[in-house]
Design a protein around this ligand. Structure first.
Ligand SMILES: NC(=O)c1ccc[n+]([C@@H]2O[C@H](COP(=O)([O-])OP(=O)(O)OC[C@H]3O[C@@H](n4cnc5c(N)ncnc54)[C@H](O)[C@@H]3O)[C@@H](O)[C@H]2O)c1
Length: 280
């Protein structure tokens, strides 16, 4: 089957925009780029590490919070990072995601970077085995943690006429059975497949899509997993680099993949886990 990029482009030296690979403009490498980061709950959030990393290399930020309760924690972080756009986004409330993208369109007129760093499963469905997960719980986990990325990509792509980069957060439990990861295993496996298919469909528009697979980090979402401490201990023990990752490691991996230095890389599953995934 032929690729959607029917007319295959010849390699262009600067096809993702300035700075080009050889003009020496290394800092700040994403100056003026527009980044929408969805998924900050507090200062432990992976999304906060991503927002902070993008800001540190010059990007302008749009940041969301889940609801009024979350706003109290997220708004000060958004202010600290000088976010130009802030708004509530609960992806399960029809219209909120669309409203955020309307703000991006009217205020920025374009978008360069999208970070999806959200996940949810109802507690009783998450903490039992997969066999005991209800159909409703499975569908809810899949909708919020996976299909919402498809919806975001659809809204973001028209705002990326000169190309862009999109990221979604996965986990090792997508590919190997991790005890207690339960329904999130199949959900993350679907999310990784979504990233590959979006990379295929959006590649002809120079939009690159990656799944990032962080090692375990103590965050609010992780606290919903049974025996999470065991996962942390195992990851620290297994990682060839000998220590756990932090949220800035995830952020800087995304920064690199969003720069022109990574312009020919798309559809990857990138582990940021100190190498733990290599070890049986
Ligand atoms: N913490 C880890 O060990 C780890 C490891 C690998 C991958 N991840 C993934 O990283 C991502 C971020 O999680 P985190 O660990 O930073 O935890 P977190 O609790 O800080 O972030 C999860 C976010 O999901 C958001 N969210 C939940 N339901 C939502 C909805 N309906 N609409 C919009 N947002 C919603 C929450 O508001 C929160 O901001 C998740 O996809 C998670 O599965 C986490």
């Amino acid at each position: 089957m032929s690729s959607p990029a029917a007319a295959v482009r010849a390699a262009e030296p600067d096809s993702l925009g300035s700075p080009s690979m050889d003009d020496g403009q290394l800092s700040p490498v994403l100056a003026g780029k527009k980044a929408l980061v969805i998924g900050i709950a507090n200062e432990d959030s992976i999304a906060y590490g991503c927002a902070k990393a993008f800001r540190s290399v010059g990007a302008d930020l749009a940041i969301s919070w889940l609801n009024e309760k979350a706003r109290a924690f997220v708004e000060p972080l958004a202010q600290e990072l000088g976010a130009s756009i802030t708004a509530p986004v609960d992806v399960s409330i029809p219209g909120q995601l669309e409203a955020m993208f309307d703000r991006v369109r009217s205020q920025w007129g374009r978008l360069d970077i999208l970070v999806h760093s959200i996940a949810f499963a109802p507690k009783q469905d998450l903490q039992g085995g997969l066999l005991d997960c209800s159909a409703e719980g499975f569908a809810k986990a899949m909708d919020i943690s996976c299909h919402s990325f498809v919806r975001m990509a659809k809204l973001a792509a028209p705002l990326m006429p000169a190309g862009g980069a999109m990221f979604a957060m996965s986990y090792y439990g997508a590919n190997r059975v991790v005890p207690n990861y339960n329904v999130m295993g199949p959900v993350k496996a679907a999310l990784e497949a979504v990233c590959r298919y979006l990379a295929y469909e959006l590649g002809p528009r120079e939009i690159r899509v990656h799944a990032i697979s962080p090692g375990p980090l103590k965050t609010r979402a992780a606290s919903g997993l049974k025996h999470f401490e065991l996962m942390l201990n195992e990851a620290a023990h297994k990682a060839p680099l000998g220590e756990l990752v932090d949220i800035m490691d995830i952020g800087y991996a995304c920064v690199y993949l969003a720069t022109p230095f990574a312009r020919r890389i798309t559809g990857e599953l990138v582990y940021v886990d100190g190498g733990a995934n290599l070890v049986a």
